[in-house]
Unconditional design. Structure first.
Length: 273
């Protein structure tokens, strides 16, 4: 298990306050934490500073693999694209301020022009170099366009940029109708983060949403096979528990984080034995 770092995506305990999320992640045993731009923006709006956030992260010894997320950039042109880029700059600055390595770059809900997406992703990657943050390409299983690994990879190939990386996620692979084997052949250094979760048998795959995600090992996905592929690819980054289950949000966030870490470790132990 030492090959991977274990992280908590703060969506898993969404109702908790930002500083509580940081404390809970550390106290329950995670070494990394994924933060959301919306939380950082709210923290600033309430009179807090990103310097305080960075200080808390340092005090607790937590790394920040990603901040989430950039929107509106992939399928836009003209003034709409210019607005998306300006917002991307603001969000990249936030990510840099808290010491994040990557900022997740999400696709639109509609069918997308992947060639345009590649050009726009390259623009983001160049912009990221100015801020010291690398935009990471994400696919989402429930959108109409970029919903599989191959679609995200096509955008990356179109960008033709050394900083391009992909976000992998069991739920999105399953929900988008992809196969576990879609992960094969991706070099470990091209994976920004591996989001960790499971999917239930019901409702039907095509009817599932983020809210249906369950703890690793509580669903039907072959997470062990995915971990083996990551290991063989030489991936040494963060495996980050990312859930959006409203049933978990109603529970004690510390307990949810603790259970999630135990279940993550259990799956990893079985996979790497």
């Amino acid at each position: 298990m030492s090959q991977f770092q274990l992280g908590l995506n703060t969506s898993t305990i969404r109702p908790a306050g930002l500083m509580d999320k940081i404390r809970i992640a550390a106290e329950t045993g995670y070494s990394a934490i994924e933060l959301w731009n919306d939380d950082l923006t709210a923290h600033e709006a309430q009179g807090g500073s990103l310097a305080d956030v960075k200080s808390a992260l340092d005090d607790y010894g937590l790394s920040v693999p990603t901040v989430i997320a950039l929107h509106g950039w992939l399928n836009t042109t003209g003034s709409a694209h210019a607005e998306a880029v300006e917002e991307a700059k603001r969000r990249m600055a936030q990510a840099a301020a808290v010491g994040s390595t990557y900022i997740i770059s999400s696709p639109p809900r509609e069918v997308a022009d992947l060639q345009l997406g590649g050009e726009n992703y390259r623009e983001l990657l160049e912009l990221g170099r100015e801020f010291g943050v690398k935009p990471a390409m994400e696919f989402l299983g429930f959108v109409d366009g970029v919903n599989q690994v191959k679609h995200a990879w096509e955008v990356m190939e179109g960008a033709d940029h050394p900083d391009s990386t992909i976000v992998l996620d069991p739920f999105h692979i399953y929900r988008g109708g992809g196969e576990i084997e879609d992960m094969e052949g991706i070099p470990g250094e091209k994976i920004a983060v591996f989001h960790f979760n499971d999917a239930p048998a019901h409702p039907a795959r095509a009817e599932q949403s983020d809210a249906d995600r369950v703890y690793p090992g509580d669903g039907i996905l072959d997470l062990g096979r995915m971990i083996t592929i990551l290991k063989d690819a030489g991936y040494e980054g963060v495996i980050s528990l990312e859930l959006f289950n409203p049933n978990y949000w109603e529970q004690d966030p510390t307990e949810v984080a603790r259970i999630g870490l135990e279940k993550t470790k259990s799956v990893l132990s079985g996979s790497l034995a």
